[in-house]
Design a protein around this ligand. Structure first.
Ligand code: SF4
Length: 336
């Protein structure tokens, strides 16, 4: 009985994965949705969208934080990076393997994803899809319902639970058919692809990640990784980086990274909070203070006080802000 067979649907919050889950349900299978939080998602409210999809489809949702393990995928992708720091093939293998673990734990028979043949040049061509199936260890237990008719046979077909023509034959980058199906099946909540999906594809963020791997190597901590998301980043030397808040929210977030780092602020004028990573020399500390002052309301060319606090140590420096057009600023700035 097909209704006794369960599938795990890997849900990203996007339309394709919601449709893959919906089609699997419509074919009579039980479905459990899984969302994996890698720490690199950019879509606002992605988890909420996945939960809403679960509610609309009437399926249970498992939300899993895999960010620690995922860091290793980003550090050492066997299949390399895409255009930026996005290790798409290794990422897909990791995600599918994780979904496979849930499949085993839930006693499900197969995993479905929203992948569409030819939709993404790097990770969704036929060879990449086959590679993901093989290297994730799922093989015929990995089903892509939206392109299933165009791909090799999978377990549900071999077992006679579905016919080949029950799957769809969507391919390519156009989303016309998916949008039509969403209307037909009443799927209204999904993250728009134009909203981006992955920080690792973003130029500035990718430059920061690359710099962090180069300068910190295996020493890089999860805390340092988290800091890459915030502020403007300036690499003063291989051992020292300064992060300067861009707005109130950045300043508030940067303040949470104070432990063990020099925190800079300007007591006399409105200005940013800045964090110094590494072990700065006296000269680099002065440069960091001048840099923070550059982004404050201090008068150009006039001295301004900068307070430096590291754990229980407090100092005050009087510095001249760097000039706005000081060419060193552009050479230090990562990715912008
Ligand atoms: S874009 Fe990011 S989330 Fe998507 S497959 Fe590539 S690395 Fe993974």
């Amino acid at each position: 009985m097909v209704e006794d067979v369960r599938a795990i649907a890997l849900l990203s919050g996007g339309l394709d994965s919601a449709l893959a889950a919906a089609l699997t349900l419509r074919l009579g299978f039980g479905v459990v949705g899984v969302n994996l939080a890698t720490g690199f998602c950019t879509g606002q409210g992605r988890c909420d969208t996945v939960l809403a999809t679960g509610q609309a489809l009437g399926i249970p949702i498992r939300l899993l934080d895999v960010s620690r393990e995922y860091l290793d995928v980003v550090r050492h992708p066997r299949h390399g990076y895409g255009s930026r720091m996005n290790p798409c093939i290794d990422c897909r293998i990791f995600m599918v393997r994780k979904a496979g673990e849930v499949m085993a734990a839930e006693g499900a028979a197969f995993v479905v994803t929203g992948e569409v043949l030819g939709q993404r040049p790097m990770s969704q061509h036929r060879r990449a899809l086959d590679l993901v199936a093989a290297e994730s260890g799922l093989g015929e237990r990995l089903v892509r319902p939206l392109s299933g008719r165009l791909l090799g046979p999978t377990l549900p077909e071999r077992m006679g639970w579905v016919r080949r023509e029950d799957w769809l034959d969507i391919q390519g980058r156009s989303r016309r058919r998916q949008l039509a199906l969403a209307r037909e099946w009443g799927i209204t909540q999904f993250v728009q692809p134009s909203g981006g999906c992955c920080l690792l594809l973003e130029k500035v963020y990718a430059a920061r990640v690359k710099d962090a791997f180069r300068t910190r190597g295996p020493e890089l901590t999860a805390d340092e990784f988290a800091l890459l998301r915030h502020g403007r980043h300036f690499r003063l030397s291989p051992a020292v980086k300064v992060v300067v808040g861009r707005d109130e929210m950045d300043n508030e977030i940067l303040s949470k990274f104070a432990a063990g780092r020099w925190m800079l602020s300007l007591p006399d004028v409105p200005g940013p909070v800045a964090v110094v990573e590494g072990a700065p020399t006296e000269e680099e500390l002065v440069l960091a203070a001048q840099l923070a002052a550059r982004y404050s309301d201090a008068r150009p060319g006039e001295p301004v006080r900068v307070t430096l606090v590291r754990d229980r140590e407090t100092r005050t420096l009087s510095v001249i802000p760097l000039a706005k057009d000081d060419p060193r600023i552009a050479s230090w700035m990562l990715g912008e």
